[in-house]
Design a protein around this ligand. Structure first.
Ligand SMILES: NC(=O)c1ccc[n+]([C@@H]2O[C@H](COP(=O)([O-])OP(=O)(O)OC[C@H]3O[C@@H](n4cnc5c(N)ncnc54)[C@H](OP(=O)(O)O)[C@@H]3O)[C@@H](O)[C@H]2O)c1
Length: 340
């Protein structure tokens, strides 16, 4: 980044699955950090984590952890964010929070840099990083909205184990091993065995048969895109994949778009890669999108059941664009805008 400013950065939840990717993304993107502080619970204090070719020691999160910190990336739970984000903001840090704690609060911008970067300016010390499915969904819908308007969205997600944190990734690996060795798989981190299974739940149940994740996708998509009345609904499903969320998206535009027009629009959209040639077996899968920064799109086609309806399939790395990368991009934009 073309800046001479050097920032003191704190990563809260640095030992977690998105926290450790955040450390990697900061180093890979040469984020102008004077110092990076790794914070986690008492359990991890004193342990070390790899960072930028060396190691950093984890410190226990406490009220005094944010003295001199310019930007605090919170990759911990909503409870931790509710308690400590205001403390970090009060001590002068710009907080970028990965959890759902602050996302729908009025004075907290919910930002996807490809969609609503200007909202960063409205922050009062805390910026929320959206849900890992809402981020790629809005990255793909926004260029289509600009070209033709979006009237309705139906999305079904295929979410990987890492979306639920390190514990479920470890459990999926252990269950897969147990099945191969003819042992009974243990189930602890999720309500159902995930290996050899597909689970249409696991999130907190909400009224009307929905779950918490589905409600988040609906509300957050509307907030990020500034489309308060968007007709949208989601079905969220956990699949036995370590990293990478897929989404089957059906949408209706205001003006008619052809699949070729969608391919062209998305082909030049920031942060999107179109891989769409079913005859050549070309479509994105989580296995090859894991570790990549962009949102990958394929299977673009007409929805014959709707006059202005189309369908597509997208995949993004939930730990990178769905969490760490999006947060670091927000910090980069904030720095460019003079907000930090
Ligand atoms: N995973 C994803 O794909 C994804 C995507 C978008 C957003 N998010 C959100 O990102 C946040 C982190 O998720 P994750 O998947 O990375 O979870 P995770 O792997 O379970 O990591 C949780 C982190 O929080 C730390 N922590 C727990 N209790 C703490 C406390 N009392 N004080 C300080 N640190 C504490 C843990 O530290 P210890 O190791 O010391 O316990 C660990 O570093 C969550 O809010 C999640 O909803 C996750």
């Amino acid at each position: 980044m073309p800046t001479s400013k050097r920032l003191n950065v704190a990563v809260v939840g640095a030992s977690g699955i998105t926290g450790s990717v955040t450390l990697a993304v900061l180093a890979q993107r040469h984020f102008p950090a004077a110092r990076v502080k790794a914070l986690a619970s008492e359990r991890s204090a004193g342990m070390t984590l790899p960072y930028n070719g060396g190691t950093i020691e984890i410190e226990a999160l406490g009220e005094n952890a944010f003295k001199g910190v310019d930007v605090a990336l919170f990759a911990a739970s909503a409870d931790v964010a509710l308690m400590f984000a205001p403390i970090a903001a009060e001590s002068g840090a710009l907080v970028i929070d990965f959890s759902s704690a602050w996302r729908m609060k009025e004075n907290v911008p919910l930002v996807v840099p490809e969609v609503n970067p200007e909202d960063i300016r409205d922050n009062e010390g805390i910026i929320a990083n959206p849900n890992c499915c809402a981020i790629p969904l809005t990255v793909v819908l926004e260029p289509l909205r600009k070209a033709a308007g979006i009237e309705r969205v139906l999305v079904s997600t295929y979410q990987s184990a890492s979306g639920a944190g390190r514990a479920l990734v470890d459990e999926l690996e252990e269950q897969t091993k147990a099945i191969a060795e003819n042992r009974k798989p243990e189930v602890a981190a999720y309500p159902y065995q995930l290996a050899h299974n597909v689970v249409p739940g696991g999130w907190r149940a909400e009224p009307e048969g929905f779950n918490e994740e589905e409600v988040k996708i609906v509300n957050e998509t509307r907030k990020i895109m500034h489309l308060a009345d968007l007709r949208i609904m989601a079905t969220c499903v956990r699949v036995p994949v370590p990293v990478g969320h897929g989404e089957a998206v059906f949408f209706e535009t205001t003006e008619k778009l052809t699949p070729d027009e969608v391919r062209t629009l998305l082909g030049s959209a920031p942060g999107v890669i179109v891989e769409d040639d079913p005859h050549a077996k070309l479509y994105p899968t989580p296995l090859h999108v894991a570790g990549k920064d962009e949102v990958y799109v394929g299977r673009i086609r007409n929805d014959p059941s709707s006059e202005r309806g189309l369908a597509l399939w997208l995949v993004s790395d939930n730990l990178r664009k769905g969490a760490a990368l999006n947060a670091v991009q927000i910090a980069e934009h904030a720095l460019d805008m003079g907000v930090i």
